[in-house]
Design a protein around this ligand. Structure first.
Ligand SMILES: [Zn+2]
Ligand SMILES: [Zn+2]
Length: 420
């Protein structure tokens, strides 16, 4: 853990900015023979020091905001340990799985065939409906389905992701209710599961504890992880994640408790009933458009962040991590494809430094800030982004990329890039 404060030195490079303590974790500088990576190719965190970063408006503004992710390490460790100790008797033991074999394939954990069946069924039916859909006769329905897709997308990106998981801004009650309803329209997992899985994903990225560990392959990171039992490490690490903000919020707890009904009505029943009732659309086509095609496209847009954005794209902010900048994903996922940036600065409400035109979520959050429903939106200073980029980026940053960082020529950095 962080123990000392040192002055900024040439021999160090920043790893992770911590907005709460206003510090940056520092690693030894990467020389040709001296590398800040452990034997597994991961960044070594064995002897980090802490450097005081220059205070900026952005940083000082956010310093008093409780950050749930940071709280896991900073404030609530003791509480967590106590809670864990008290609940340990009630906790189910971790499952132990042998390799699961099916025909020619071998899986780490057992396949959940019910999930395989329904996910496949929904996709096959959606493709059939797409192929037989009278597109030009149903323009109002297509526009309506696109709007519903946008609403559900905002529930995931602006709600579950940037607000509930990362606490990158604060929301007043009306916006909070809007976020919960929009998230219901998306019809994914309960908010509790979503937040826990995503916090574990950030904290233990590309390890066995990552629910959609991209090292297990593209298909697994995209949708396969929803078709299989969780790796025991995912469960173990998931239990260590602080979720008291979710369980302790009566509104969210209510939403989680009655999730089945929220999902049923807001994702399927209400949106598919509006076109027939409002302008006499056929029930069949409305259900096709809303309950299948829109739903499947929305799901895949979210999943693409875990797959495409962990496989394809450049890494201007941190070359040592797998997440990359992917504009196509950003288009479909309303600004969530700037994933190298997001994993470097997960507490930035924009989830991106550039490309605001594709970042529809940010445009909406800026609007809600204007009317006062969103406030204390968090973002790093340009100076901080520049420092991190110059030290750890792959040299592709449009502004600071011409200065190839020292680490870029580092042999192990090259190996890491190849491996990724
Ligand atoms: Zn990710
Ligand atoms: Zn995130």
């Amino acid at each position: 853990m962080i123990t000392t404060l040192t002055q900024i030195s040439e021999e160090s490079q920043p790893l992770v900015p911590d907005p709460v303590s206003k510090t940056v974790l520092m690693l030894p500088k990467c020389n040709d023979n001296e590398l800040p990576l452990d034997t597994n190719g991961n960044i070594s965190k064995s002897e980090p020091t802490v450097e005081k970063i220059e205070e900026t408006k952005e940083i000082s503004d956010i310093s008093d905001i409780s950050d749930v992710e940071d709280n896991v390490e900073n404030n609530n460790n003791v509480e967590n340990i106590k809670d864990n100790a008290e609940s340990i008797k009630n906790e189910k033991p971790l499952p132990h799985y042998e390799k699961y074999k099916f025909l020619f394939w071998e899986f780490e954990t057992p396949v959940i065939w019910v999930s395989v069946f329904f996910i496949t069924l929904w996709h096959v039916l959606s493709v059939y409906m797409c192929c037989t859909f009278p597109l030009f006769d149903k323009i109002p329905l297509v526009i309506y389905a696109t709007i519903i897709g946008g609403i559900s997308g905002f529930g995931v990106t602006g709600g579950a992701h940037r607000y509930f998981t990362h606490k990158s801004y604060k929301a007043r009650l009306p916006l909070k209710i809007i976020l919960l309803i929009c998230y219901s329209v998306a019809g994914q997992n309960t908010l509790y599961d979503w937040v826990r899985d995503h916090r574990v994903h950030h904290k233990f990225s590309e390890t066995d504890a990552d629910p959609h560990n991209a090292k297990r392959g593209f298909f697994f990171s995209h949708v396969g992880w929803l078709m299989m039992r969780k790796h025991p490490e995912v469960i173990r690490k998931g239990r260590m994640i602080n979720l008291t903000d979710i369980t302790g919020d009566p509104l969210v707890a209510f939403h989680v408790k009655y999730w089945f009904w929220f999902k049923l009505f807001f994702c399927f029943v209400i949106p598919s009933s509006i076109p027939p009732l409002l302008w006499g659309e056929s029930w069949y086509h409305s259900i096709c458009a809303i309950c299948f095609v829109r739903y499947v496209i929305s799901l895949n847009s979210t999943w693409a962040v875990n797959s495409f954005a962990h496989f394809f794209g450049n890494k201007p902010y941190d070359n040592y991590i797998r997440p990359a900048e992917n504009l196509t994903v950003s288009f479909f996922a309303m600004g969530e494809g700037y994933h190298n940036y997001h994993h470097t600065f997960p507490w930035d409400y924009r989830a991106a430094e550039v490309g605001q035109m594709l970042n529809v979520t940010t445009l909406w959050l800026n609007f809600f800030e204007k009317i006062g429903w969103a406030y204390e939106l968090r973002a790093p200073s340009s100076d901080l982004i520049q420092r991190i980029t110059r030290n750890r980026g792959d040299g592709s940053h449009e502004k600071w990329g011409h200065e190839v960082p020292d680490t870029y020529s580092c042999p192990v950095a090259t190996e890491v890039r190849k491996e990724q």
